[in-house]
Write a protein that binds this ligand. Structure first.
Ligand SMILES: Nc1ncnc2c1ncn2[C@@H]1O[C@H](COP(=O)(O)OP(=O)(O)O)[C@@H](O)[C@H]1O
Length: 199
């Protein structure tokens, strides 16, 4: 996959994130992040969302994904962050978000919020956060059952795509008999109430 990150004034920033993120993640995870950046850029353009914010959020969303629970807990102690006790796999987002100013000099609140909610979603997500949530689920490297339907949903509207991704995550968790954090459920409930599927 070719990454075209040279538009507008973002190329220098993007190059910085490229090296930093590559140095912190395994090649497999880095490839996933590249896919999310690529997809976030496309979705942002498609839905009139700030591409620069979407791409920076995408570059950094999994920056702490490969840290163990002990390290994440230590990092969390230095910032004011709440994480769900039932799902440590979801901690990397909220903790990275709170540490963005400290660790990466990223002060943009929308980027922080997008990274915080990229795994669980949240009923009050901004359009940047919605773009990241969907891009994470449908980037070209994803190959789980149902992903092509989610890619089609992303051609329809951003709220519709978010609601479909949330339903897919919930179905996956139900099938595995795993606990479901409330944010995803509340978000999909609110979204579906506002979506007219007859259009
Ligand atoms: N509402 C939820 N409650 C609990 N766990 C969730 C919820 N939504 C997603 N997850 C979990 O989050 C994980 C996905 O996290 P993510 O950072 O996207 O990982 P990856 O990129 O490796 O797929 C999945 O294992 C899924 O089980």
């Amino acid at each position: 996959m070719e990454l075209d990150c040279t538009t507008g004034g973002v190329s220098a920033i993007v190059n910085d994130w490229y090296s930093l993120v590559k140095s912190r993640l395994t090649p497999k995870r880095f490839k996933h992040v590249e896919g999310v950046v690529y997809t976030a850029k496309l979705l942002a353009k498609q839905f009139g969302v700030d591409e620069n914010q979407a791409m920076i959020a995408a570059w950094l969303h999994d920056i702490y994904r490969e840290l163990d629970v002990e390290t994440l807990t230590r990092l969390a102690l230095e910032v004011d962050v709440t994480v769900p006790t039932t799902a440590p796999v979801t901690w990397h987002g909220p903790i990275a978000a709170k540490r963005l100013p400290l660790d990466f000099a990223v002060f943009d609140q929308e980027i922080q919020d997008a990274i915080a909610s990229h795994t669980l979603g949240h009923p009050q997500m901004s359009a940047v956060a919605q773009v990241l949530y969907v891009a994470d689920a449908i980037e070209p490297g994803r190959s789980y059952a149902g992903v092509d339907e989610l890619r089609l949903a992303a051609q329809k509207s951003l709220p519709y795509a978010v609601a479909c991704v949330a339903d897919s995550a919930i179905l996956f968790l139900v099938k595995q008999h795993l606990p479901i954090c409330w944010e995803t459920v509340e978000m999909r409930n609110q979204l579906w109430l506002g979506i007219d599927e007859t259009n």
